[in-house]
Design a protein around this ligand. Structure first.
Ligand code: NAP
Length: 267
């Protein structure tokens, strides 16, 4: 991994598992110091921190429920304490609570919106406040700060049986673009990544079972299910100064899932 994030200070939410863990490790390998946020799995977060340190980087595990404003603020306070500030936020934590529309409880609607949308709002808001308080140190790079929101192909692809999740990701798109427009003049770059199907705990039933895996592959023109590292490499680039002119964009990393694959045969 090229050291494209040498000296950068990052917070990655939901970094104890899946995509967030992959991003935290890749950031460490690329030279960043990383706050590894977890919610329940302390041991997994500690392992990610060990991996970052083994690669020669700095990492600290911090427990926080990012659907709560005080917890988000605690992540940034930890970055201040351990690294002297923050340059990059990857707002990644997310959950699914799936149900057919009329079976979906208000509780599960709210739980998904609270974490997958409000949690991203809260962390991004705190990031902008911190970037402003720190000011722009041109020696640290052309941007004052960078925010990457974790969206999904389901910001664009409707998803029956998952209206809470798809609504949250549609909201993430609008949040990201509106915020990017609002703060770009201050040299804060806000972008999003929209993964397709990535092999993690969130969708285990869709790739562990062979029949389900075959069905899933029909939706992916590139012919394989993604790995967290596929998203991590994109995140390193989007967080680095190599992407300096990229502002308000959603980078789809989906093996072509958004290319309407069923039109290969029809249309
Ligand atoms: P995952 O493996 O289930 O990881 C979810 C992470 O979120 C875990 O680290 C978990 O922490 C954390 N988390 C859960 N509740 C939290 C809370 N209240 N506060 C802070 N962290 C919390 O899922 P994943 O697939 O990596 O998903 C990561 C992101 O990618 C999500 O936003 C998801 O929507 C998005 N995404 C995933 C896919 C995919 O195919 N996998 C596709 C598109 C988008 P603990 O384990 O410590 O509780």
């Amino acid at each position: 991994m090229p050291r494209d994030l040498e000296g950068a200070r990052a917070i990655v939410t939901g970094a104890s598992s899946g995509i967030g863990a992959g991003i935290a490790r890749a950031f460490g390998e690329a030279g960043a110091s990383v706050i590894v946020n977890y919610h329940s799995d302390e041991a997994a977060a500690a392992q990610v921190v060990d991996d970052i340190r083994a690669a020669g980087g700095q990492g600290e595990a911090v427990k926080a429920d990012v659907s709560q404003a005080e917890d988000c603020a605690r992540l940034f306070a930890a970055a201040e304490t351990h690294f002297g500030g923050v340059d990059i936020l990857v707002s990644n934590a997310g959950i699914q609570k799936d149900a057919a529309f009329t079976e979906l409880s208000l509780e599960d609607w709210r739980a998904v919106l609270d974490l997958n949308l409000t949690g991203q709002f809260l962390c991004a808001q705190e990031a902008v406040r911190r970037f402003r308080a720190q000011g722009h140190d041109a020696d640290r790079g052309p941007a004052m700060g960078k925010i990457i929101l974790m969206s999904s192909v389901h910001q664009a692809i409707p998803w029956a049986g998952h209206v809470n999740y798809a609504s949250a990701k549609g909201g993430v798109k609008a949040l990201m673009e509106s915020l990017a427009q609002e703060v770009a003049g201050e040299k804060i770059r806000v972008n999003a990544i929209a993964p397709g199907a990535i092999k993690t705990d969130i969708n285990r039933e869709a790739w562990e079972d062979e029949a389900a895996r075959k069905e899933m592959l029909k939706l992916i023109p590139y012919g394989r299910i993604g790995e967290p590292e596929d998203i991590a490499r994109a995140a390193v680039w989007l967080a680095s100064d190599a992407s300096d002119y990229v502002v308000g964009t959603t980078l789809f990393v989906d093996g072509g899932m958004t290319l309407y694959p069923s039109f290969r045969e029809g249309g």
